[in-house]
Ligand binder design. Structure first.
Ligand code: SF4
Ligand code: SF4
Length: 216
């Protein structure tokens, strides 16, 4: 692996259609969840062992008194030096895919402490399945090995999601950040860009978004 792969999630282009959320479930053949109407478009209410990608909605009152929504994808960020892997006690339960750099949870996570692994994740992503294994986004590494885009990226109708070699995505993210700043969002930022493979470009202050389930 040179620098592996990365995604850019450009929230300025996200329309919260949730095509990425559906495509993730379809490609990975994830089970369904019973959901209920909670008075929000956000559904289900949390990540789950069978929900690896979730678009979060947050409505915030702005300084001028108006209300506005911000949308943000919650899913594994594929950390460069993954805290979840550092927290393991069994060799091979969490591995790094050599080609992409994706952080992969294997069957051996059944033998890890769920609470310890989940707490180690700064973004609260790991979830335990009924079989005891821990689950989260796997970067569709099977698709990527065959020259395909991750299912979520392919499904995105607005190009809010892009994917490719890490160097290329980092350069594209920096260029897009300058465009967004020049377009009236001087405080736009890219979260944790040196530390993660899923780069989140935010136009508004981070407090306007649900950054992970602990904030939701
Ligand atoms: S986001 Fe969480 S689950 Fe994903 S690699 Fe980082 S620490 Fe692990
Ligand atoms: S598919 Fe693209 S536009 Fe739709 S919710 Fe996902 S990131 Fe946003």
């Amino acid at each position: 692996m040179a620098n592996g792969k990365s995604y850019l999630c450009d929230t300025t282009k996200c329309i919260a259609c949730r095509s990425c959320q559906v495509a993730c479930k379809q490609w990975n053949e994830l089970d369904t969840l019973h959901t209920s109407n909670r008075g929000t478009y956000e559904n289900p209410h949390d990540l789950a062992w069978c929900c690896w990608t979730l678009i979060r909605f947050k409505e915030t009152e702005r300084p001028d008194g108006t209300l506005a929504w911000d949308f943000l994808r919650n899913s594994c960020r594929h950390c460069m030096d993954a805290p979840c892997k550092q927290a393991t006690e069994h060799e091979g339960s969490i591995t790094i895919d050599a080609e992409t750099g994706a952080v992969i949870f294997n069957e051996g996570t059944k033998d890890e402490s769920y609470s310890k692994i989940r707490l180690a994740c700064p973004f609260d992503n790991p979830r335990q399945g009924p079989d005891g294994q821990l689950y989260k986004c796997v970067m569709c590494y099977d698709r990527v090995h065959n020259g395909e885009l991750p299912a979520c990226v392919k499904a995105c109708p607005t190009d809010a999601l892009t994917f490719g070699d890490r160097d290329v995505i980092l350069a594209a993210a920096e260029a897009r950040l300058e465009e967004v700043k020049a377009d009236g969002f001087p405080n736009a930022t890219i979260l944790d860009k040196r530390d993660v493979r899923l780069l989140l470009l935010l136009a508004d202050p981070a407090s306007y978004y649900v950054l992970n389930t602990r904030d939701g």
